[in-house]
Design a protein around this ligand. Structure first.
Ligand code: URA
Length: 215
């Protein structure tokens, strides 16, 4: 049997990180920088009134990115998206299609809580949109799910209606990359309109089907 001399230079392993590891480190760094950039925004009323930045949660390498509207009271206190009642329902919705919430990546259109849980206004949406676009580019998911009308309007304009748009796959292009996107009802809306859960279930099954197709 041939003996391998590990001291010969051709058997010394390269100290260069493999590309995948390099990308993971890069992604973590880029996310840290983006979070810092948002934390340091100036002249933003949302930030002035909020307790904490709510940046994101979950697996930054996930193929599934979920985008909500903005933090509520519980999220503002904890600095984590979707931890209140709507978040609990979101967990159940994902579990129903066998997705562990921590295996998806979750963020919002705006990263600071709008006072009294009001919807972010158009200028606030416009202000945070470049950060959201950068966020998407860093995560580079295969599928984006827009939770509710605010997230949907951020990408498709305020002439669109969630009741018409939900459940349909669309393509959006950000920084020359194309992403598959679907809008569906926000869990907070489903808490008020339980009769819409049947439509939400149709969307969830379609999302699961697409994830399996793309595997
Ligand atoms: N609703 C949202 O849209 N996002 C959250 O993080 C919590 C509630």
């Amino acid at each position: 049997m041939q003996k391998i001399n590990f001291m010969k230079s051709k058997y010394i392993f390269s100290s260069k990180p493999i590309k995948r590891l390099h990308n993971v480190i890069n992604k973590t760094e880029l996310l840290k920088k983006l979070k810092l950039k948002i934390e340091n925004v100036e002249n933003c009323e949302l930030k002035k009134n909020a307790k904490k930045i709510v940046f994101a949660s979950g697996d930054s390498n996930s193929s599934l990115m979920l985008i909500g509207e903005g933090p509520g009271q519980s999220e503002d206190e904890m600095g984590i998206p979707f931890v209140g009642d709507a978040g609990k329902l979101l967990d159940k919705m994902l579990k129903a299609i066998n997705i562990d919430r921590n295996k998806a990546y979750v963020t919002n259109v705006v990263n600071f809580r709008p006072p009294n849980n009001r919807k972010p206004n158009q200028s606030e949406i416009n202000f945070y949109k470049p950060f959201l676009m950068e966020h998407i580019s860093i995560i580079n998911p295969k599928i984006i799910v827009l939770l509710g009308s605010c997230a949907m309007e951020t990408f498709f304009g305020d002439k669109t209606k969630i009741s018409n748009m939900r459940g349909h796959w669309k393509n959006i292009i950000i920084n020359k990359r194309s992403y598959l996107v679907m809008a569906t009802f926000h869990p907070a809306y489903l808490l008020r309109q339980a009769d819409q859960k049947k439509n939400s279930w149709i969307d969830l099954k379609e999302i699961k089907k697409k994830i399996n197709e793309l595997k």
